[in-house]
Design a protein around this ligand. Structure first.
Ligand code: DAH
Length: 339
């Protein structure tokens, strides 16, 4: 019996490991509730009296050695962790940093800006809180003009003369008031309308306004510029201009692009016609030029206005305008690869 205990002492002394599981198996084997020491202590009563003293001392030694072994091996593991310092294992692959991405509205806005920059248009901006003059009156929409009904407005005072701009056309007024022709500018920005929110409409959205004023600007110039834009933006080279009405342009037109009828979606979004309306445009009404201190006898010009959401929905086949404002990361993530 004593011999067996001495063998076990040798086993404990020679045990070595840096593996947590191995050390735990060793602990259970010797010190566990059903372990060898438990067994040996139970044997104690069967040991002849004259051997009891030596046997008792030896199993106590075994117990102490086993306990010390377990704690010293555990300590060695802990120390080696600390030695790696706060950086841990420097050869480990780094954790991925999730990069943010631009919002699709910003991507499309930047694309539009880029296309017009290339043909000499500058950028101009104006305030989102506007006065009646710049949003309506100067644009040939005097008070009580029925065309004001076209845009349900968020007025922000009781006199109804301060409001959240309903379109970026207000910026063309500001720009003309402060600059003389030649003028070539686009004005991107946020606009507000008191509309019910649905898949196709929202009370906050974005527009880009375009304005070109110089001597001898014609409707043909307008059409060529828009054709260039649709080619660059959508890769589509067929457009048509349908007569329309805007108080600030005369004549006015609605611009359609030929989208095609190749897929089922094309049928759906063009209602089976292949044509899609993308913006309004026209020759700046001489009254508007006059209101902005530009001589209509000397100068003429064109203007156009488009909704950025609409363009983005077409480019990326987004079915619901509300997706732009929900900030659902699963939606936004999809635009990561687009700069
Ligand atoms: N301001 C118009 C709107 O919000 C868009 C527009 C149409 C702007 C024709 C223009 C234009 O400059 O010529 O619906």
């Amino acid at each position: 019996m004593l011999e067996r205990v001495k063998k076990l002492i040798e086993e404990v002394n020679s045990f070595n490991s840096t593996n947590v599981d191995e050390i735990e198996t060793f602990r259970i084997k010797f010190l566990g509730s059903k372990g060898l020491l438990k067994e040996l202590f139970a044997e104690f009563k069967n040991v002849p009296n004259e051997q009891k003293k030596e046997f008792g001392q030896t199993i106590n030694t075994l117990k102490k050695l086993a306990e010390d072994k377990v704690s010293s091996l555990k300590e060695t593991i802990e120390n080696s962790k600390e030695e790696k310092g706060i950086y841990g294992d420097l050869t480990r692959p780094s954790e991925l940093i999730d990069l943010g991405s631009r919002h699709p509205i910003s991507i499309v806005k930047n694309k539009i800006i880029d296309v017009f920059n290339r043909i000499g248009f500058t950028i101009s901006e104006g305030p989102e809180i506007e006065d009646d003059w710049h949003n309506f009156t100067a644009l040939n929409l005097p008070e009580y003009h029925p065309a004001r009904d076209m845009q349900d407005t968020f007025f922000i005072n009781e006199n109804l003369d301060t409001l959240l701009r309903t379109h970026t056309s207000s910026v063309q007024v500001r720009h003309m008031e402060n600059n003389q022709p030649p003028i070539r500018t686009i004005s991107p920005g946020r606009v507000f309308r008191n509309e019910d929110i649905s898949a196709r409409a929202h009370c906050i959205f974005h527009q880009v306004e375009g304005l070109y004023i110089d001597t001898d600007v014609s409707f043909a110039d307008l059409k060529q510029t828009l054709l260039y834009f649709t080619k660059e933006m959508f890769g589509k080279s067929k457009i048509r201009l349908r007569p329309s009405y805007f108080p600030f342009t005369e004549p006015s037109a609605e611009v359609d692009i030929y989208w095609g009828l190749e897929t089922e979606t094309d049928y759906k979004i063009t209602k089976g016609t292949g044509w899609l309306e993308i913006m309004g445009c026209g020759m700046v009404d001489p009254n508007v030029l006059k209101n902005c201190n530009i001589d209509p006898e000397k100068y003429s010009g064109y203007a156009f206005g488009m909704g950025i959401e609409r363009i983005a929905m077409l480019l990326y086949q987004i079915p619901d305008i509300r997706m732009f404002y929900e900030n659902d990361v699963r939606f936004l993530k999809q635009f990561k690869s687009v700069i």
